[in-house]
Design a protein around this ligand. Structure first.
Ligand SMILES: *Cc1c(COP(=O)(O)O)cnc(C)c1O
Length: 450
């Protein structure tokens, strides 16, 4: 019987990130300036990002070297383990082989530090003193708080107000790592004050918090902004996940028929899938499946269009599947999957039929998560549980068809900070949410004219 954990030594941490842009059949549509609607110039982004990241954002180079300083930090949790879910396979009675790549071993408990530390590093190198960012449930905020601490930067996190009050422990984690956490909307920014004037009790949203963090960075010379998903450079940094997974599968002489990741803004899905999508572009048969919540169905129900990344319309326009920048998703428990847009690279691959997407209502997702925890032990983050659901369904399909197949999914994080959500599920209080079409139509009516 072969191993359950397939481990790589530290010297096998990838030394380069993979940039899928080099291999795309057609170039993706460029981001546009929010005012002029013309393609963005690098200097337009300079108030927000350090030059090194702006270059990566626009890069068409296939392989990009990972600096030694980053490799040294990656060593704190990378390589992450690849598991063979033998107990799950047996419990399902499936002929399929199920592997999962577990990113919950990072200090923040998810894949997000893979890019946070890179962003902190380049900012530090270019003389930045402070980073501002937003966070929903707190995963990204805690990853950036950690990264800033490791590289000696200050960190201001605008945290969606409802989460700030409902999820105090991620806030505590950010504060342990030394970040300043501000409930959003706040009176610190024009964007926040405007929302508060309209609705003093606004629970906040990711779109509003992004507006606040961007405004904070634009208004201060020594401060830049940091985004945890969606952008090309973020997906680039996350490719260490898929590159390691490939090496680990090669060690057991295997290769996936399908690669599955949950999809919020696209970073963990992209990070795991892009190195395999490269093979697909080169002619190999491998599917990649992005899984999202039915309550925030960006890929499966949102059109591809130019849209703002934030509510206050301050960010560049990105060509992405979107539910509209004013879309307020219902308060489902997978907080990290509630963004209105998708990564432009994911949208581009989706438009070209190079990846697939699927949406699940949250109760079936939690059912899969609990099943997984009871068989494999690990407690998935509610976000990651979307991938678990889809992997189980693929395995059951294989059983029905009596076909062997190899399934690889991303377990993007652990659910130790999400036990309130599990409580709600176990006590029968969790509800599925049918998103009415008119809610989407209404939000899409506000798409910018380009
Ligand atoms: C933030 C988060 C996600 C969603 O973000 P992506 O950019 O789509 O990866 C998924 N899983 C976990 C554990 C997260 O923290």
């Amino acid at each position: 019987m072969s191993d359950v954990k397939i481990l790589l030594p530290e010297r096998e941490i990838p030394r380069q990130w993979y940039n899928v842009v080099a291999d795309l059949p057609t170039p993706p549509r460029p981001p546009l300036h929010p005012g002029t609607k013309q393609p963005l110039k690098p200097e337009d982004l300079a108030p927000l990002f350090p030059m090194a990241l702006i270059e990566q954002e626009a890069s068409g180079q296939r392989w990009i070297d990972i600096p030694e300083e980053i490799l040294n930090i990656y060593r704190l949790w990378r390589p992450t383990p690849l598991y063979r879910a033998r107990r799950l396979e047996e419990a399902l009675g499936t002929p399929a082989k199920i592997y999962y790549k577990y990113e919950g071993v990072s200090p923040a408990g998810s894949h997000k530090p893979n890019t946070a530390v890179v962003q902190a590093y380049y900012n530090k190198r270019e003389g930045v003193r402070r980073l501002s960012t937003e966070t929903g449930a707190g995963q990204w905020g805690s990853a950036l708080a950690l990264a800033c601490r490791l590289f000696g930067l200050e960190c201001t996190v605008y945290m969606v107000k409802v989460s700030y009050h409902q999820k105090p422990y991620r806030r505590s984690l950010m504060q342990v790592w030394g970040a300043e956490v501000v409930p959003s909307p706040s009176d610190r920014t024009e964007a926040g004050r405007r929302i508060l004037a309209e609705d003093p009790d606004s629970p906040g949203s990711l779109g509003i918090a992004i507006s606040e963090a961007v405004e904070d960075a634009a208004a201060h010379d020594d401060t830049k902004y940091s985004l945890g998903s969606v952008l090309n450079h973020v997906l680039l940094h996350q490719t260490v996940i898929g590159l390691e997974a490939k090496k680990q599968l090669a060690l057991v002489d295997d290769y996936p028929d399908v690669v599955i990741g949950c999809h919020g803004g696209g970073s963990n899905f992209g990070g795991l899938a892009l190195p395999f999508v490269a093979d697909r572009i080169a002619g190999k048969e491998v599917r990649a499946l992005a899984v999202e919540p039915a309550a925030c169905p960006t890929l499966t129900r949102g059109p591809a269009a130019y849209d703002f990344g934030d509510t206050a319309q301050m960010t560049p326009l990105l060509y992405m599947n979107t539910l509209g920048h004013r879309f307020m998703p219902p308060g489902i428990h997978a907080g990290g999957l509630r963004y209105h847009g998708a990564a432009p690279l994911v949208t581009h691959l989706y438009e070209h039929g190079l990846i697939e997407a699927k949406a699940y209502p949250q109760r079936s997702v939690f059912e899969a998560a609990v099943q997984f925890a009871r068989i494999e032990g690990l407690l998935p983050a509610p976000e990651s549980a979307h991938a678990v659901r889809a992997a189980i369904d693929e395995a059951l399909l294989a059983k029905e068809e009596g076909r062997e197949r190899t399934i690889l999914f991303g377990l993007s994080g652990h659910g130790h900070f999400d036990l309130a959500a599990y409580d709600a599920y176990l006590s029968g209080q969790l509800e599925d949410y049918e998103l009415p079409e008119e809610m989407i139509t209404r939000a899409l009516a506000e798409l910018p004219q380009v």
